[in-house]
Design a protein around this ligand. Structure first.
Ligand code: HEC
Length: 444
């Protein structure tokens, strides 16, 4: 393997080869590259995606963590006790997430710390930020929506739906809240008092996703029966039906500048509706199998980001979907939920698997395989091009040296190594990871 090959292997973790090659010839990597790319590193499927105004991508995953991705590099925000379903940016560069642990958490990504704003009495499934960035609405399986103020003053509760609340959206002035529910209705509320105003839609089947036009002239929704409809506001008259027969609709996103609604369904398609002509512009099979759970446009509308059953977020240029490759990545069986993994395995999946395999199958990663690691002298995997630091080092990998590697961080323990800076500060996390690796890398 040449070093160029390996470097490309590493870069391909985050960006398409085309973008990487562009970077090599001196073209800077744009924050919103109109190229396909993949964000890998989560140890479970991606359920929610948002894009912050500065281009940071936020991902919410089954693996209980929130990914905070700047220029393709992740930071993991850990604090939820179960799968995270939704994440949104709020004022002050902070973010809010909600999950299967019923909790709504407020994060300061600068420090990685979080606090619980409060809890529903069932899963939190979607979130929406108020236009001023100071409040967040949550949709929950406890049949309520709530609006949380970020100062921790508690929540305003919206009760009346007869089933799970599946999605929420603020009016552009932040004064009203739209809620969609598995009871088949979309309802409108006063967002300041919690008062029910009226029922806008009565669809025969449960509604999963909801969008409001930035000028509040229409709303679009997607339902369990595949129904994909547009209704004019404020009268609630149906003006468009884009039902493609696939079901259920799971995710929707809208980008004003390019005038596109993206619709994702359980059969793995992303359909694009052109809001200038109200026609279907593209209909693209995004996954070989499995659902599209989450959708978000890049800030300039050049790319559509999607999360599905794979442990990765994929992004495609909106112009060129028909030729785009499908979503790929580890597809984890749901027989083994992330919460059933040992802590050591989760540590590995989340922090190492992006760059290291455990076996001898030769799958390319940025780092050498960890197969047979314990007792192995550093820098000795055949055919792997090590840095000078590890090449010829007299270090031998064992439980103690691996522990020190991540206690101190590679930059201190093996300075000059190509392994990026990262520390695992919890001694028990390191011990669990090492116990997992001892078993998983043992030669057959
Ligand atoms: C972003 C990529 C990346 C991540 C993430 C990463 N590594 Fe590495 N790792 C590397 C690279 C590249 C090397 C080779 C370093 C060199 O040649 O200096 C390496 C080397 C190693 C080595 C030395 C192997 C040898 O043969 O001497 C060990 C041990 C190791 N990594 C363990 C881990 C563990 C455990 C984790 C997770 C906690 C991890 N790495 C996360 C990229 C990564």
């Amino acid at each position: 393997m040449t070093s160029g090959d390996r470097l490309r292997g590493q870069a391909a973790q985050f960006f398409s080869v085309a973008v990487f090659v562009a970077a090599c010839v001196g073209v800077p990597l744009p924050a919103a590259a109109q190229e396909a790319f993949t964000l890998e590193g989560h140890g479970g499927p991606v359920k929610g995606i948002s894009v912050a105004p500065d281009g940071v991508i936020l991902t919410a995953s089954f693996d209980n963590s929130v990914g905070f991705w700047r220029d393709g590099a992740p930071r993991w925000l850990e604090g939820h006790e179960a799968a995270v379903n939704a994440v949104v940016p709020v004022a002050g560069g902070r973010i809010v997430s909600g999950g299967d642990d019923f909790a709504v958490r407020l994060w300061d990504p600068a420090t990685g710390t979080s606090e619980e704003l409060g809890r529903h009495s069932a899963k939190v499934i979607r979130l929406a930020t108020a236009p001023d960035g100071q409040r967040v609405a949550s949709a929950s399986w406890d049949r309520t929506a709530r609006i949380w103020s970020l100062d921790g003053a508690g929540a305003l509760e919206f009760t009346g739906h007869e089933n799970t609340v599946s999605d929420v959206a603020f009016s552009p002035d932040g004064k009203r809240l739209y809620t969609a529910s598995a009871d088949g209705t979309i309802r409108l509320w006063n967002a300041e008092t919690g008062t029910f105003l009226r029922r806008l839609v009565q669809h025969g089947f449960g509604i999963n996703a909801l969008l409001i036009a930035p000028d509040e002239s229409w709303l679009a929704y997607g339902a369990v029966d595949g129904g994909t409809r547009v209704v004019s506001l404020p009268d609630g008259a149906e003006t468009g039906d884009f039902t493609a027969g696939r079901r259920p609709i799971l995710a929707m996103a809208y980008q004003e500048e390019i005038g596109r609604i993206a619709v994702g369904d359980a059969q793995g398609y992303i359909m694009m509706i052109d809001t200038a002509t109200w026609r279907i512009a593209e209909d693209f099979r995004a996954t070989a199998s499995g659902p599209v759970w989450a959708l978000a446009f890049s800030p300039d509308g050049g790319n559509i980001h999607a999360g599905g059953i794979a442990d990765a977020m994929h992004s495609w240029p909106v112009n060129g979907l028909e030729n785009a490759e499908k979503m790929t990545g580890t597809e984890r069986s749901f027989l083994k939920a992330p919460e059933e993994m040992s802590n050591g395995e989760r540590q590995f999946q989340r922090k190492c698997s992006i760059c290291h395999t455990l076996g001898t199958d030769g799958k390319r990663r940025a780092g050498p395989t960890l197969y047979g690691l314990f007792g192995r002298p550093a820098g000795t995997v055949d055919g792997y091009l090590y840095s000078d630091t590890l090449n010829g080092s007299d270090l031998v990998w064992d439980a103690e040296t691996v522990d020190r590697l991540f206690d101190l961080g590679p930059d201190h323990y093996i300075p000059g190594s190509k392994m990026p800076m990262q520390r695992i500060t919890g001694a028990s996390d390191r011990a669990d990871l090492i116990a997992f690796l001892q078993e998983a890398t043992a030669p057959d």
